[in-house]
Design a protein around this ligand. Sequence first.
Ligand code: ZN
Length: 455
Amino acid sequence: MGWILRLVEIGAEGEGQAQDVMEIDRPGGLSDIAALGLTLSETKQLLAGLQQEIVAAQVSDHATRRPLCSRCGHTCRVKDYREHVVATLFGQVTMRLPRFRCSACGGIEAGVDWPPYCRATPELVRLQAHLSATMTYRTAADLLEQIFPVNAVKHSETVRRHALKIGDALQECAVMTPETMAPAVVVTLDSTFIRSCETGERHLEVRVGNVETKSGGRQVFGAVAKTETDVKALINRNLDAVGRTKETALTAFTDGCSGLRRILADAGVTDLPFLDWFHIGMRLQHLKQVAGALSCDDPSREAAKAVIVGEVERLHWRLWNGKATNAWISIDRIHVVMHHFKGESGTGKSIAASRKLWTALHAIDSSLTGQSDWLVNYAERHRAGLRVGTALTEGTADFLVNQRMNKSQHMRWSRRGAALLLQVRCAVYNGTLGSDFGQRFQPANDPCPPMATAA
Ligand SMILES: [Zn+2]
């Protein structure tokens, strides 16, 4: 069987010129499932053919328009033609566009409303940026080449350039503020590291976080340290995006790092941030494992181990219930019985459990020193359904930074490249990139949340 795909132009006077785009041949029977419908290569050919025809019609229409001289206002005549090559999602198109000369003053004019410099359509650039946010530039380029007839932009360097251009533009974007104000917003801030390709630096510090309202509005943000991306400004942009007002109660969570605390304070989150439970919980978890692995090969050690395991539990309870000021009691009691494990030897090359316990205990002790006033009653908050920590931000760091810029993938990043790509990633997850797909969260400023849509 055969078909001809014919494109018929429709004008004010009805049907105009018809143009054959493509012939399609397929077997009539269905004995070969591989011959069912269109193939990918035919589809690419079809899209590219359609694109050529439509662009050609647009070009011939555009060429008939005569601009007025921008200097003296007189009419212009065609001077010569220039070729313009523009990459589109459906193939590279070459356009012959006229240039004009003013009949009065001789000034040269480009066509009416023709952008002075354009090598790719915005849609293509945005899709390249979007894909680059979730996969390597190389993979993004390959994927586009597999699916679309993008003959001109299959180089990963072009994809990278376009992605960073979008990242740069995103920083200038105006914030869309929601109609409803948020009575309370939780801000979390954390940091992580990626490998650097800059000379003299092994790692780049990346600050990530999110703002969250009770109604589920959530925005993520990220900034590479020591770049033009101002993390304080980002925090404020995101607070605005979820409906922060002067009356909004802000609660902040972060880890023990004083740098992050200062950023929050500088960003206007004036109430002391809470030490997030996630970080304490991780340390306690480690302490419990180490205590459980202590040897109990004689009765005195067995008794001492029981004391230690019990005190670790008590320490956990104290911290969880906001009694951090009494944490030293548990720590002291553990210290008192630790001498029973003197001379304990590790199995094989591993370090003795008692040494590990000593280290873990010291880590908790020093992380609590001077911080007890910013530990809260986590149990109470938890019962009230409130956040107790930045486990969410740890997750944010993971998907926002590690999944794309991971240390283990042996990727090395330039400061600028990482900073701008991170803006694209945030925009993809926040649903603010301007494309309609790939949103991870319900955008905070979405006027119709899914529940309302369903009802
Ligand atoms: Zn003129």
